[in-house]
Design a protein around this ligand. Structure first.
Ligand SMILES: NC(=O)c1ccc[n+]([C@@H]2O[C@H](COP(=O)([O-])OP(=O)(O)OC[C@H]3O[C@@H](n4cnc5c(N)ncnc54)[C@H](OP(=O)(O)O)[C@@H]3O)[C@@H](O)[C@H]2O)c1
Length: 342
């Protein structure tokens, strides 16, 4: 039996689900991979807790349910200990980074990931911030330290978008990538197709918790653009930043636009597109009219999907219905297993 020691930063929606899955999948991990996951450190905004012989997921979840931070973990909790301190102090094989996405300076994720890679820990993250701001630097740091940087849950949660592109299409040429990779805008556009105004659909999305109070990142297309940047770097192998993506959101879309599209048997989706032109790719995010026969036009309100058009591997369509963060946490778990497997 192999033991993989984990240090987990961030115990919000995804981090807490990951703890649950580690418990639920304990037997499957043993049976399929001869693997036991031991949590040797955790951090949130209260501080951190560390234990060489393992922290109990159920105890951590109890603290979070009781609105206490991990600094209150019996005996080992340390108030004010930062994620960076945890990366320096924890004796871990994998640093799992699930703190908030910060697109200004990437912190606290970026510094923590740099530290972990430098200390030769594998890194698994669902956090787009550090990847969008410093993909190439982090990928090189991982390579030079002989460890893995895995982030399949950062693009469309549980949908294995990056894995299909990077692993399964490794020797093909991707002629075109098309994706509905932002669930919030897909939900809003689906409601608008049913007759709601943009404002009504947005309010509804906010009421059920899938749109933020400040929806700018989603509705102005930047979240989808961030994901396209990660795909361009990881899958298309092109050093890419946000500056390389033309971005247009859905704020200007009116129900009449959708009706007009419907009259032509078309559907409007916010499409993240990478199209090969010579040796480079044109990258864009914009509302796009799709024929009803197009696979992405069929995605319902709670769905995301991607389409890879390739030279030798045909056209691959993958989609997911993701109504809570469990599939994202499952994506993090699959990356952890991959990180510690040969
Ligand atoms: N939710 C999804 O379905 C989904 C899907 C794909 C990707 N993601 C990405 O996954 C990451 C986690 O998402 P989430 O929904 O779990 O977020 P969340 O619920 O907001 O949780 C964020 C966690 O990070 C901790 N944190 C924030 N700032 C910190 C700091 N300075 N030091 C230490 N800990 C800090 C928070 O601590 P407290 O608990 O003390 O507040 C919380 O535990 C994000 O980057 C998100 O973009 C999420």
């Amino acid at each position: 039996m192999r033991t993989a020691r984990l240090a987990i930063v961030g115990l919000g929606n995804v981090g807490r689900r990951l703890l649950e899955l580690i418990e639920i999948k304990h037997e499957a991990l043993r049976a399929h991979y001869d693997l036991e996951l031991r949590i040797v450190g955790v951090a949130d905004t209260s501080g951190a807790a560390m234990a060489e012989d393992g922290l109990k997921p159920a105890e951590i979840l109890n603290l979070k349910r009781g609105k206490k931070g991990v600094a209150a973990y019996p005996k080992t909790g340390r108030a004010g200990m930062s994620p960076l301190d945890l990366a320096r102090a924890a004796n871990a094989d994998v640093l799992v980074e699930l703190s908030l996405t910060n697109l200004k300076d990437g912190e606290p994720g970026l510094g923590t990931i740099r530290e972990a890679l430098t200390r030769k820990m594998h890194v698994v993250t669902a956090n787009k911030g550090p990847l969008v701001l410093a993909y190439q630097e982090l990928a090189k740091l991982a390579e030079s330290n002989g460890v893995k940087l895995l982030h399949s849950a950062a693009v469309a949660g549980g949908l294995p978008t990056v894995n299909i592109g990077k692993r399964d299409l490794g020797v093909t040429i991707i002629e075109k990538f098309e994706g509905v990779v932002n669930g919030t805008t897909n939900y809003i556009l689906a409601r608008m197709t049913e007759g709601q105004s943009y404002a009504e659909a947005l309010k509804h999305a906010q009421n059920i918790g899938i749109a933020e109070a400040d929806p700018a990142l989603d509705v102005d297309g930047w979240d989808a653009a961030n994901k396209l940047v990660i795909i361009a770097n990881a899958v298309l192998r092109r050093p890419t930043t946000l500056k390389d993506v033309t971005v247009e959101g859905i704020r200007g879309i009116k129900p009449e636009d959708l009706q007009q599209a419907a009259n032509h048997r078309q559907v409007v989706k916010l499409i993240a597109l990478a199209e090969k032109r010579g040796d480079e790719y044109d990258l864009s995010v914009r509302p796009t009219r799709l024929e009803r026969s197009h696979p992405l036009s069929k995605l319902g309100a709670g769905m995301m999907g991607v389409l890879y058009h390739t030279d030798i591997n045909g056209t691959i369509f993958a989609a997911i219905e993701e109504s809570d963060p469990y599939p994202t946490a499952a994506g993090v778990l699959r990356d952890i297993v991959q990180a510690v497997s040969q």
